[in-house]
Design a protein. Structure first.
Length: 115
């Protein structure tokens, strides 16, 4: 059963994404605000905290990479389980995953300049 964890989550995420209109995702302003917070603001905030705490560079990099990662698929599973807006969660997961291709290297570049 443990080997079904990731594939099953992806299948459930896909079932919510298949019903969505791509243009509606692109036009949704709140998704970009949440993505900006999740992918840039929080990682940069964690950089400031790591710098203030004088963390070792390897530990700080680990914190930065984990804080810059996209929204987890499990948020869609929780939204579906607790009767919340699973479609919106699926939109967030997909957009943050796509944007993280650019933001993770950007955040690590900023960290390299600061640390």
């Amino acid at each position: 059963l443990a080997e079904l964890n990731t594939p099953l989550a992806m299948i459930i995420l896909g079932t919510y994404l298949v019903d969505l209109d791509v243009l509606s995702i692109i036009k949704e302003k709140n998704i970009y605000i949440v993505s900006l917070l999740r992918l840039l603001l929080f990682p940069l905030l964690s950089l400031v905290i790591a710098k203030l705490m004088r963390l070792d560079v390897v530990l700080a990099q680990a914190v930065m990479i984990s804080s810059a990662c996209p929204t987890a698929t499990v948020t869609t599973l929780f939204a579906a389980r607790f009767h919340a807006d699973a479609a919106y969660s699926a939109q967030l997961v997909s957009v943050t995953t796509i944007l993280s291709v650019v933001t993770i290297p950007l955040v690590m570049l900023i960290m390299g300049l600061v640390y």
